[in-house]
Design a protein. Structure first.
Ligand code: SF4
Length: 106
């Protein structure tokens, strides 16, 4: 390898290292994950991304006006359709979702 190619190789390697390391190298948390209805914990709590799709027979006290945005465990994010829920370890739940852990905001 001639010196020019060696120089370019080192330059490329040094420039791409921070990109390859990504956000973890700088102590940032990984991006939050969207909660799937098929998640075992979500299934156990009857989570639905659309509150109107909740099993009415299984959850007779559920009302269609109960949505994640009205729940105390929800951390709203302006302009986002999904936001973190503390009941699911910060996974993203749908604004219009619902689960059996619903706790009306005071
Ligand atoms: S705990 Fe509240 S915010 Fe979280 S999924 Fe259930 S209803 Fe939605």
């Amino acid at each position: 390898m001639d010196s020019r190619r060696r120089f370019l190789f080192k330059l490329a390697a040094s420039a791409s290292a921070p990109i390859a390391l990504g956000s973890r190298a700088f102590g940032q948390a990984p991006p939050p994950v969207k909660l799937e209805e098929s998640d075992p914990v979500a299934t156990a709590l009857g989570y639905k991304m659309d509150t109107t799709k909740v099993d009415k027979a299984k959850y007779p006290n559920h009302k269609d006006d109960q949505v994640c945005t009205g729940c105390a465990l929800f951390t709203p994010k302006a302009g986002e359709e999904f936001a973190p829920c503390s009941a699911f370890g910060g996974k993203l739940v749908a604004n219009k979702g619902w689960c059996a852990a619903y706790a009306k905001k005071p």
